[in-house]
Design a protein around this ligand. Sequence first.
Ligand code: PSV
Ligand code: MN
Length: 430
Amino acid sequence: MSNLPISAELIAEANARELDALEDDYASLGRKLERAGIGIDAVKDRVAGFSVAIPTWGAGRGGTRFAKFPIAGEPTNIHEKLEDCAVINQLSCLTPRVSPHFPWDKVSDYKALREEAASLGLGFDAVNSNTFQDQPGQAQTYATGSLSSTVAATRQQAVEHNIECIEIGRQLGSTDLTVWVGDGTNFPGQQDLARSLDRYLEAAAQVYAALPGDWRMLLEHKMFEPAFYSTVISDWGSSILAAQELGPKAKCLVDLGHHAPNVNIEQIVARLHRFGKLGGFHFNDSKYGDDDLDSGSINPHQLFLVFNELVEAELNPRDGFNPSYMIDQSHNVTDPIESMISSAEAIGQCFAKALLVDREALHLAQEANDTMMAYQALRRAYNVDVSPILAKARLEAGGAIDALGVYRESRWRDRKAQERKAVGLGAGIV
Ligand code: PSV
Ligand code: MN
């Protein structure tokens, strides 16, 4: 049974008002692309097949170490989060899967949760384990590490939690386990840098051994925070080495914010792909560090260059190339639904622009060392306003031409503010 949250009439009425302008813009862009030998409908069809997962934890207002400022009508449990995620997908038609985090999203009946999600038009993406926080009643603390802890019982507890996540994920229909550990140190000498990696690898291998045949284990690296001197899986180098040691089902996950400023992330993407280890992404944007800002809000060109590598990778597939795409950002000052609608659009736009690159011209220029023309091949695609392509794909999928506009018109958040209980104050990086 379908249980979509936004009224179909509201969407249809809004689309009727926007339709003429969209058809005009789409036809005009179609003529422009035709002159470059590109059929706009083929690009639109590729965009229609593109999707990016959204995190359940992104449906709530994020926070920093200093504070969290909740808004009225925020979701307070997994059921309300799913409802909000369904709004995002219904209007944008880009986000049909949700990535849950445990134990944050724990329920007693996962079969029922899967059905509930399906009735909202959603499926489940990667399950995320959490060994970076202690839970009430937990036997061992993660204060000084989890999978890499010096304490055997703590490592065991972290392994068991990850295996429990796999079991939950199996019931939800997931096929990926994303493992990010907050393990690391704040002081030189605090832990042995080599031995902590040994302990991590040994514990991670136990999790790996519990993966069902068609599952992947996605290793997420992060250079700092909560540990500020060293982290155990600090960078793509540590990540690929760990993935290679664990085996073929272990891949690397690139969270865009988890690098030093100005690092060439698109090159990391190309490198990971070269060795068959590119497993997926957490999209967000940053100015200074792991700022968790909205995707494409600071450096949309970098996002485009990442997608340019992904389109190249698609043309030269290696070893099961099938990266999982997900948003992972913290919405501290916006309505999370609006941020994720806008971010999914930004991500889809970069994918569409990467499809527009004249690959033949690019490769010829690269071979001939014609630097300017190689650069211009990218530039020409980046400069195209592809929004009519995304809007047309949304329209055809039953979404809203102006997704943000319809969301505001639906007064969803105001209505939820009447129904949902208030979220408590507090702090917390999510
Ligand atoms: C860590 O900063 C991270 O990027 C990981 O993906 C976590 O699971 C997520 O954020 C939520 O805190
Ligand atoms: Mn992440």
